[in-house]
Ligand binder design. Structure first.
Ligand code: ADP
Length: 332
């Protein structure tokens, strides 16, 4: 059976960009493939952070993922599988420094830190795509379901794997393929030129567990267009239609799209439809999460167990990689 790997950072609330861009696919792929999904807490250290909050967020994301339908046995916490960091070091010796400096996420996030109070840019922020490569390659994953923003990092992962394979003279690492949903880039409703993101500030994302009032406010105040008539659909309107499509509300999507094509679309109707759709989804997610939270201790133990099971795959890979690369192993 082909293997799927993906991961999410525990850096705050999960939002509809995460869900429609990646996590919805995680859930759907579980029937077809062997799936391994990580909450990647080592990654969350690359930006200034609070240790207590990091641990809280890690568990919170676990419960969020369970609430949206990820199976408990497919989940692991990255720092419970320390082999990821061991492979990270090894792969860093097969990674190009120049290529890392060209990563758009590094450019964006370092600019954000520079503008912040401490103006500190950790070297982890530069090198974390290597850790991401290790996350994927350690499981020899065939497919990686992620959003469009991760395309460049996945390309880097393939480059690293290829360089490693070439130097070792063996097709050892599988070159992973990216899997997109039909909506791989959800935009911020407050600024539809930017992707929806938790790191860009509160108004730039809508939590999957948001209150009805917050969803209403975000959607009602969504930027639509500047009022000027153009031939192409404005990014704000396109984003609202995309949210309907991602939610499988195709009947209403088609009917409102007809209105749009006939110059008869009332933005208030589109916004109302999107708001109601997201409220419906969030109501389901919140109820599921509350259910899982009544069983907190038991679920935490299950996650520790699933992490230890998943770790066995990582340990096997590290053993083989050490053998290949001339590092110490049992025969040393
Ligand atoms: P964030 O970018 O909000 O910090 P993560 O980096 O933890 O979130 O991303 C988790 C997953 O969600 C990744 O697969 C990423 O590609 C996807 N994702 C994040 N934001 C969006 C978005 N606006 N649209 C589509 N997918 C997204």
């Amino acid at each position: 059976m082909k293997r799927v790997l993906s991961a999410i950072q525990p850096t705050g609330d999960m939002h509809y960009g995460n869900y429609f861009g990646a996590v919805k696919n995680w859930v759907d792929l579980q029937d077809k493939y062997e799936c391994v999904y990580g909450v990647v807490d080592y990654h969350a250290m690359t930006m200034p952070y609070n240790p207590k909050k990091l641990r809280e967020n890690t568990w919170d994301v676990i419960f969020n993922l369970l609430a949206v339908g990820v199976n408990v046995e497919n989940l692991f916490i990255q720092s419970l599988v320390p082999e990821h960091t061991e492979l990270n070091w090894i792969l860093s010796c097969f990674s190009s420094y120049g290529q890392l400096t060209r990563m758009t996420q590094f450019k964006d996030k370092s600019a954000q830190n520079k503008a912040g109070e401490e103006s500190f840019i950790s070297s982890g922020l530069l090198s974390y795509p290597i850790l991401q490569a290790a996350d994927i390659l350690i499981y020899k994953a065939d497919f990686v379901p992620v959003g469009k923003d991760q395309q460049q990092h996945l390309e880097l992962t393939r480059n690293i794997a290829q360089r490693f394979n070439n130097q070792m003279g063996k097709e050892y690492f599988v070159l992973p393929e990216i899997l997109f949903t039909e909506t791989p880039k959800i935009m911020s409703t407050a600024d539809p030129m930017k992707k929806m993101s938790k790191s860009a500030g509160e108004k730039h994302s809508i939590s999957l567990f948001a209150d009805e009032k917050v969803i209403m406010k975000r959607i009602k105040s969504a930027v639509t267009d500047t009022g000027e008539k153009t031939d192409t659909m404005s990014p704000g309107i396109a984003n609202l239609f995309m949210l309907l499509k991602a939610s499988n509300k195709m009947d209403i999507h088609t009917s409102l799209m007809d209105d749009y094509n006939n110059n008869a679309l009332k933005y208030v109707d589109l916004k109302e439809a999107v708001a109601q759709t997201l409220i419906e989804l969030s109501t389901q997610f919140k109820a599921k999460k509350a259910e899982f939270l009544t069983n907190k201790k038991d679920i935490k133990n299950q996650i520790k167990y699933s992490s230890s099971q998943i770790r066995k795959i990582a340990q096997e890979t590290i053993k083989e990689v050490k053998e290949l690369t001339g590092l110490g192993n049992v025969r040393f």
